[in-house]
Design a protein around this ligand. Sequence first.
Ligand SMILES: C[S@@+](CC[C@H](N)C(=O)[O-])C[C@H]1O[C@@H](n2cnc3c(N)ncnc32)[C@H](O)[C@@H]1O
Length: 325
Amino acid sequence: MRRSRAGLKEAVLRFFSPGSLLGPPRTRDLLRLYREYGLDPTTPHPRLFDSESLSHLRQDQLRALFKAMRVNEEHRVLSLGEGNGAVSRLLAKAVGCRITGVDLNPDLVSTARNLARVHGVGRLVEYLVQDVHALRLGRRRFDRLYANETMCHWRDKELALRKALPHLEPGAVVGIHDWLRGDRGGLDEGLRRLPGLGRLYPRGIWFQWSLSELAGLLERLGLEVLSAEDLTGAVDEGLRKSAAFIEALSRMADGRAIAAARSFREVLPAHFAWLRYGRIIARLPSRRPASGPRQHTAVQAPRGRAAGSRPTGRRSPRRRPGPPG
Ligand SMILES: C[S@@+](CC[C@H](N)C(=O)[O-])C[C@H]1O[C@@H](n2cnc3c(N)ncnc32)[C@H](O)[C@@H]1O
């Protein structure tokens, strides 16, 4: 399903809007949750992140990403597709660095700003409403960049990264968590095959690439890929645990939590076949190369089942449907 640029934006805004079926909770619902469960929002308690974030990965995996990126307190960090700020709040509390989060969705940015104050990290974070394809970061410079589960919605990943990379310092580290194409194709195809999931997820907003395609893009843009890992097994296990946890509490859980547990169960059959998950860590050269971007470093083979990846050529790869299952 091919959407116009405006149609894509509209569908992404709707899908991730606060309070929507699978979107993040509203600020007022979170404040109630903190009170009911005695959660102190100024701490990095895992329940906070796990109930606020749009991410399918749990807090420990985000911490692993930050560790692999070697983020420290002195760093200025750029986050693309930051959503409602759950990731940057965690990073600000865990490390104490400054973060600029960019997101298309004004409602998510407003939630992020409000929650930053509630979580006591308001002075460390700033949020901008922008489309990554038309980034305007002014004179801002960054030592680190992360993109957590957002690139799969970018129609032109190369364009977006070309806008962001000039704002990075030499030697800056980039960390990506993303939904990858599965062994049988992308989610659009999976949604046709899995009617339960098809009723929950919109079509035409998934531009999943394989791990090696993403790594190849970073290399063409002049970065050295330090690692590229397939995390599908970890995501699958995390989601099963979350669904079981909510179901065990089902007498106490509200309608939204029960709907979330149901959606977790619906997405599980898509794992591996239509949806894989990856982490890439890459680094800019310490000095800008005199001419042109670097070429090719080896990419670590994904763990678990074969990754459905294809080699990349010099041209920007486009999303291609997999063979019919
Ligand atoms: C699955 S959410 C992840 C949010 C956040 N990174 C997290 O892990 O909680 C994907 C986010 O990407 C944002 N997004 C998608 N396309 C975008 C674009 N072209 N420019 C900026 N943000 C975009 C969406 O608005 C949404 O907030």
